[in-house]
Design a protein around this ligand. Sequence first.
Ligand SMILES: O=P(O)(O)O[C@H]1O[C@H](CO)[C@@H](O)[C@H]1O
Ligand SMILES: O=c1cc[nH]c(=O)[nH]1
Length: 243
Amino acid sequence: MGKQAHIQLEKMDHLTKAIIVGDPKRVTIIASCLENVEKLSKNRGYISIKGTYKGTPILVVSTGIGAPSTAIVVEELINIGIDTIIRVGSCGAMQHRILLGELIIPTGIVRDEGLTKKYVPSNFPAIANETLLNLAQLYAPKANFGITRSHDGFYMEDNAKNEAFWSHFGILGADMESSALYVLASLKNVRALSILNNVVLYEEDLNEGVNNLVNEEEMVALGELKSIKLALKILHEVDSKHV
Ligand SMILES: O=P(O)(O)O[C@H]1O[C@H](CO)[C@@H](O)[C@H]1O
Ligand SMILES: O=c1cc[nH]c(=O)[nH]1
């Protein structure tokens, strides 16, 4: 397959592992943890670089916010031969015990976004790849593992009510992209995992929490670095594909 319409990348030799991030600024932070970094493309907010981590080639691409934009990136990454994808993202906690900068790693996800329903019925599960999940459990035993929720409406009036509803069932946190990644990965037979840094305490004002990320508040910035290092370690250690 040739150059992909949105990410503007084509198949590259030996490049099968990728990190996706929502915020394009995170691409630069990840670049600082890699060697042999090369800038690749910049199109519509989809920024990409490649580099190596302890010799393992890694591609890093930003998705922007939301499931549709993420699905475009995931589809195009698969088209260019990527078979292992880790989302390094941020999320809001849905349990009081989860502190800022703690990692939340979805084992399964409540599909409260619209995009994946265009692919499969809503009773199809969004689940993490077992191989990647086992490595995450090995390298980050203190992370919060469990079910999360992906949603579409950052500013909905009923957010607090919906979060209280799902929090009651033990849902750990919320983001907007992970369920799209998990569902597409299952459908297309590639491996996927999300590693989320908690940037908002449960029942804290959403805007204030996300601004903390913009201001690089210390706990949150450390959590982000922890999420990046974990993703790189997993991608380095995992064998080249077998789903
Ligand atoms: O920090 P990223 O990876 O963008 O993730 C989270 O932050 C955005 C909302 O502020 C949404 O994309 C949400 O999923
Ligand atoms: O609460 C939050 C924080 C970040 N991203 C979300 O989707 N929700």
